[in-house]
Design a binder for this molecule. Structure first.
Ligand code: FES
Length: 125
């Protein structure tokens, strides 16, 4: 019998996933790096949603790791990562998400260097 705490009323459990910011700064020529390759790499491995500007352009490229249903049940909140502008950091994100992400797998020390607290937002990433 499935654990009801990990179920949404509209479907099954939601996996850990990432929001990739792509707008005026993230993914633009203002920021170094192969942005298309970054997005493609993430999409090949984990669920991805591309977002308009998340209003923290000074942190471009911004990636937000959203907890799975199980992660949220464990108390996890979205983890905001900034200055994600190299392939190694992208691989570290892939590995963490595949391991379960926030609330399920500990944040790797290397990704802790990218984590930041976003300003209060009206909506959610
Ligand atoms: S374009 Fe990503 S935070 Fe503004």
């Amino acid at each position: 019998m499935p654990d009801r705490r990990t179920k949404r009323t509209t479907g099954g459990p939601v996996p850990c996933r990432v929001v990739v910011c792509r707008d005026c700064c993230c993914g633009s020529p203002k920021v170094t790096g192969d942005h298309a390759a970054q997005t493609a790499r993430l999409r090949a491995e984990v669920p991805v949603r591309v977002s308009d500007c998340l209003d923290v352009c000074e942190q471009a490229n911004v990636i937000v790791v959203q907890p799975s249903t199980a992660g949220r049940a464990a108390g996890a909140r979205p983890v905001w990562l900034g200055l994600v502008n190299d392939a190694d950091a992208t691989e570290d994100i892939v590995g963490w998400v595949r391991a379960g992400g926030p609330g399920v797998a500990p944040l790797p020390d290397v990704l802790d260097l990218y984590a930041f607290t976003p300003p209060r937002r009206r909506g959610g990433a």
